[in-house]
Ligand binder design. Structure first.
Ligand SMILES: *Cc1c(COP(=O)(O)O)cnc(C)c1O
Length: 453
């Protein structure tokens, strides 16, 4: 393989790559990093600089970069079978992984529908719920209820059930209408005592209940990011919230679609966020962490009840007419199987509590800083919200991009971070060591101090 120098790599990137969620007029010609290697909690650029990966390769990495066990599983699989198709054929890796996923999923989820990214995993859930209602004789239930400030992906269906205007407003003529419930912990309360007492979350539940009662006759499903709204700014739900949502879905005959794309696979400290709450959704979407951060793979899990509604004679057209070309790709499934093995052999979930406790302490400590307005945490996820003025909770004007500036500053401390607006995101690989987490939080603290001074 030809090793290209940084200048050439930057040039090619700038000339030919259109980056996601990026204003390319600023990107072109900037001194952008080009990553060429990964090692444990670090990514390494073309000049050999190491950065602690504070965003776990866009929230996907679980066991560290280039884990030998996953690398080996992939190499072995490549020599057996690279791809076939699940359209009309099975494959051994996909079958085995489906069984393993069902074993670790909240009880009752027993069927696995594969795809290859989080947006499609959610979109499949939405189509499944819609078709389910028709096929059980409730064809009038065609709508979805979802939450303000939620993020479920960027395809048209996933955008429709999302609630982040800054990303999706421009496409609004393309989207199907939904019923919008207030964000599980509405933004305006985010710095207030109401949050800590949980009363804000309870107010949101009251409003959710009112909306569900009003629209029950037409609601096919509810879509929620359980425990935490990720891209919406790491907004944490109060304990018991998801359980209450489950009860409301039962009461009003609405299928609960849990989008665990970000929180699944150990992020919350439990394998799945719903499991942590003792809840089984009707449909669960998984992606980001599923293959340990290696390959595009997603799965939409559902119950026997939903699955059975799709059974019938061929001519009844009850088939779920959906499928992607790379569905159940054996290499991706092999990586996912190796990742699940590592959860067990590393005793990964058991190793998390001290790291979660340490993160909590460090986040709390940041509240001392004059421009840290709020800190939020769910398991191994942290959000640090920067404000212009603490007493009045006045936000920094978004054009000032204080979040971006903090993340650029953090590179001087050997960190790679990516913010959500004015919220600094902490999302390292789950395998991060306590010492590395210390480095990460030291760098974050220093960078916030420098930029907001
Ligand atoms: C990232 C994300 C998605 C979309 O996943 P993609 O693989 O980017 O399509 C959906 N839902 C949640 C909660 C996410 O965090």
């Amino acid at each position: 393989m030809v090793e290209l120098d940084t200048q050439t790599l930057r040039q090619y990137d700038s000339d030919y790559v259109w980056h996601p969620f990026t204003q390319m007029s600023e990107w072109e010609g900037a001194e952008n990093l080009v990553i060429t290697r990964g090692e444990g909690s670090f990514v390494i650029d073309s000049d050999g600089n190491r950065y602690l990966d504070g965003v776990a390769a866009m929230w996907t990495n679980v066991h560290g970069h280039c884990r030998a066990e996953i690398n080996d599983a992939i190499k072995a699989q490549v020599d057996r079978l690279e791809h076939s198709t699940l359209l009309g054929l099975g494959n051994d890796r996909a079958a085995l992984l489906a069984k393993r996923l069902v074993e670790i999923a909240p009880p009752g989820l027993c069927k696995v529908f594969y795809s290859d990214n989080g947006s499609t995993a959610v979109e499949i859930g939405v189509k499944m719920a819609f078709q389910y209602q028709r096929q059980v004789g409730r064809g009038e239930k065609t709508k979805f209820i979802c939450f303000d400030n939620s993020y479920h992906g960027d395809t048209v269906g996933a955008m429709s059930v999302g609630g982040i205007d800054i990303y999706h407003a421009v496409y609004s003529p393309l989207l199907f209408p939904t019923v919008k419930a207030p964000s599980p912990y509405c933004y305006r309360c985010s710095l207030s005592a109401e949050r800590d007492s949980g009363s804000c979350g309870m107010l949101c539940l009251k409003e959710l209940e009112r909306l569900m009662a009003l629209h029950a006759h037409e609601l096919a499903g509810l879509v929620i990011e359980p425990n935490l709204q990720g891209a919406g700014g790491m907004i944490v739900q109060p304990p018991g919230f998801v359980k209450r949502v489950r009860e409301l879905c039962d009461r009003f005959g609405v299928l609960m679609i849990a989008d665990e794309v970000a929180v699944g696979f150990g992020r919350t400290g439990a394998m799945f966020a719903c499991g942590k709450e003792g809840v089984t959704p009707d449909i669960m979407a998984l992606s980001k962490g599923i293959s340990g951060g290696y390959l595009p793979l997603a799965a939409t899990l559902t119950t026997r009840k939903v699955y059975d509604a799709f059974l019938g004679a061929y001519g009844e057209l009850k088939t779920f007419f959906h499928g992607h070309t790379f569905t159940g790709n054996p290499i991706a499934c092999a990586a996912a199987l190796a990742s699940l093995d590592l959860f067990a052999s590393d005793r990964l979930l058991e190793s998390l509590p001290p790291k979660i406790a340490y993160l909590r302490d460090r986040l709390q400590g940041l509240l001392e800083l004059p421009h840290v307005g709020d800190v939020r945490q769910e398991g191994m996820i942290g959000g640090i919200e920067l404000v212009l003025d603490k007493p009045s909770r006045a936000p920094y004007p978004w054009e000032e991009r204080v979040g971006v500036r903090v993340c650029l500053e953090a590179r001087k401390h050997g960190l790679f971070l990516r913010p959500l607006g004015n919220t600094i995101v902490i999302f390292p690989p789950l395998s991060v060591s306590l010492a590395e987490l210390g480095l990460l939080m030291d760098g974050v603290e220093a960078s916030i101090g420098a930029v907001t001074a």
